[in-house]
Design a protein around this ligand. Structure first.
Ligand SMILES: [Zn+2]
Length: 199
C-alpha cells in the first residue's frame, strides 16, 4: 500500500505513469508497505502464466527476499526508479522516505533493491544517473543504501506514520528495539533473494 498522500499522474510517453506526493511527506515516513491485498506470486508459478501476463508481472512486480513477485493492488506499482530516489526499501518490509518529499514531487524508488534478474537501462536524465540498474547493484551500493535508510529511520518516531498499522508486529518489535538502541539494525542486504546469495 502506497502512502495515502499520493496520486497517479501521466509523466511522458517515454516514462509512462508516475506517483506524485499530494501533501508534504517528511523524511522518515513509511512511503510503502506490503499489505495483505498485494498480489504475491511465487517464482516457480511464473512459467505457468501466459507470456503476456508474464510481461505484466515483469513490468510491475518487485521481487522479495523469498523470490516472490509482488504487485501492488494500488498505484504503488507505478513508482518509477530514480538514481537520486526519495524513497528506499528497508529490511523491515516497508519503504521509507529518505528525504522530505514536497507536494507535487514525484515519489521515486531504487530498483536496485528489487532483485531484478536482468539489467535495465534508465532514463533519469540527471547527472547522478548510473545509466543501468544491474542485478548485482545491491552488492555494489548496499552499504550506501543502508546509510541512507538508517539516516531516515532516525526520524521514524518523530513523524506521522499513516501506514504503521500494516507493520507486522514482530518486525515492528525489531524496529523499535533498533530505534531504542537495544537491537541490531536489519540491513537492506536482507532483501537479497535467497537463491542468489547461494550462487
Ligand atoms: Zn538513473
Amino acid at each position: 500500500m502506497i502512502h495515502p498522500d499520493s496520486e497517479l499522474r501521466f509523466v511522458s510517453q517515454e516514462v509512462g505513469y508516475g506517483v506524485f506526493a499530494t501533501r508534504f511527506i517528511p523524511k522518515g515516513t513509511i512511503s510503502y508497505i506490503k499489505d495483505p491485498l498485494e498480489i504475491d506470486i511465487p517464482e516457480e508459478k511464473i512459467p505457468s502464466y501466459d507470456p503476456d501476463i508474464q510481461q505484466i508481472i515483469e513490468k510491475y512486480a518487485y521481487v522479495d527476499e523469498r523470490g516472490h513477485f509482488i504487485i501492488s493492488w494500488d498505484h504503488g506499482k507505478y513508482i518509477n526508479h530514480c538514481c537520486n530516489c526519495n524513497t528506499m526499501s528497508t529490511g523491515y518490509g516497508f519503504e521509507i522516505a529518505i528525504r522530505d518529499i514536497h507536494p507535487g514531487e514525484e515519489i521515486t524508488d531504487e530498483y536496485g533493491l528489487f532483485n531484478m534478474d536482468q539489467s535495465m537501462s534508465l532514463v533519469c536524465n540527471r547527472g547522478t544517473c548510473r545509466g543501468m540498474v544491474q542485478p548485482d547493484d545491491l552488492e555494489r551500493y548496499g552499504e550506501l543504501w543502508d546509510a541512507r535508510v538508517q539516516d531516515a529511520l532516525a526520524a521514524f518516531q518523530a513523524v506521522e506514520q499513516p501506514l504503521l498499522h500494516w507493520l507486522d508486529p514482530a518486525i515492528g518489535e525489531r524496529l523499535m528495539s533498533y530505534l531504542s538502541g537495544q537491537g541490531a539494525y536489519v540491513s537492506v542486504m536482507q532483501l537479497r533473494k535467497a537463491t542468489r546469495s547461494r550462487v
